[in-house]
Design a protein around this ligand. Structure first.
Ligand code: ATR
Length: 296
């Protein structure tokens, strides 16, 4: 999907503010579609395109975009760490995540935020009607994707959060990093290798490993999945991921990360425009498009 069309009289009357998603690769990105729908929905004069940056030239591309009047960028693979380093001011959630997916040009500075965790929490709580307050949560993975969602989840005051990773030491590092935030939230935060998974059903299990990219299941005690469990894979595709299929076989409800993608975009839109679009109708459209592409 390319840039949103600037058709009709309105585009001549109202100069549009320029935004883009920057990454490598980028042509597959659904963000231009999502933000075009948000602009229509809210009436905000937003023009949103995609930008391919060479792997060694992220920073000059960002600077050129802002110098040419661009107002904000979404940042995707593999540049979220570089965006974190580039930002002159960071939101607390971006600082905790150690990664930035949203940049905003402010007068004389570049503001960096991370809306991924907010998007996950909103998708689970609003679109999937599953409250995190008081919940027992299992987070599989301890890479960048996992780290980005820990603080927003803790802020919902779950009963407990267990972080489990193939490389146990990385999970333990996250437990240490977020210990104070967990105490503030009244949440029991534990973690380690696969042995840290408790042998009873969790309320929510989140797959934040990169396993689904190559159809690999992260190791996890099957007793963690029950009929009351929401098993959430941050990945998405036309077909359910192997993790989702596995969870469904064990009686759990499964969801993919398409809603997280839409809700992180809605929060970025809010960071830029101060107006919050509604994610649900755009999610429904994307879901239909995905189903159509798998049938084609
Ligand atoms: P991302 O930014 O997507 O999180 P990352 O920082 O490279 O990428 O982290 C990838 C995560 O997926 C890690 O938690 C990784 O486990 P290790 O720390 O042990 O490498 C996890 N992962 C990747 N492939 C996996 C697999 N086949 N089974 C289990 N975990 C896997």
């Amino acid at each position: 999907m390319s840039a949103p069309a600037q058709s009709g009289a309105q585009s001549h009357a109202v100069p549009r503010d320029r935004y883009a998603v920057i990454g490598n690769p980028i042509s597959h990105s659904k963000s231009p579609f999502i933000h075009a729908r948000f602009a229509e929905q809210t009436g905000e004069p937003v023009d949103y395109t995609h930008l391919l940056a060479p792997l060694d030239a992220f920073v000059p591309h960002v600077r050129a975009f802002f110098e040419a009047g661009g107002r904000g960028l979404n940042v995707t693979v593999p540049f979220k760490l570089e965006a974190h380093a580039l930002a002159t001011t960071l939101s607390p959630r971006a600082a905790a995540a150690g990664a930035v997916n949203t940049l905003r040009a402010d007068a004389g500075s570049i503001y960096g935020d991370n809306t991924d965790g907010f998007g996950l929490v909103r998708d689970i709580e609003v679109n999937l009607s599953t409250p995190l307050k008081g919940a027992r949560i299992l987070l599989l993975g301890a890479g960048g994707a996992a780290r980005g969602v820990v603080l927003p989840m803790l802020e919902r005051s779950p009963h407990s959060l267990t972080i489990v990773n193939r490389t146990a030491a990385k999970a333990s590092e996250l437990v240490e990093q977020f210990g104070a935030a967990a105490r503030t939230a009244g949440c029991q935060l534990t973690g380690g290798g696969a042995a840290a998974v408790e042998a009873s059903a969790y309320d929510v299990i989140i797959n934040a490993t990169a396993g689904s990219l190559d159809d690999a299941l992260p190791e996890c005690d099957e007793r963690a999945f029950g009929s009351g469990t929401l098993a959430y894979d941050m990945m998405y595709g036309a077909q359910p991921t192997v993790f989702m299929q596995h969870a469904q076989t064990l009686g759990a409800r499964a969801a993919d990360g398409l809603g997280m993608l839409v809700e992180q975009a809605a929060e970025s839109f809010f960071v830029w425009r101060g107006v919050r679009p509604s994610g649900a109708p755009v999610l429904a459209q994307l879901r239909q498009m995905l189903a159509g592409s798998s049938a084609a």
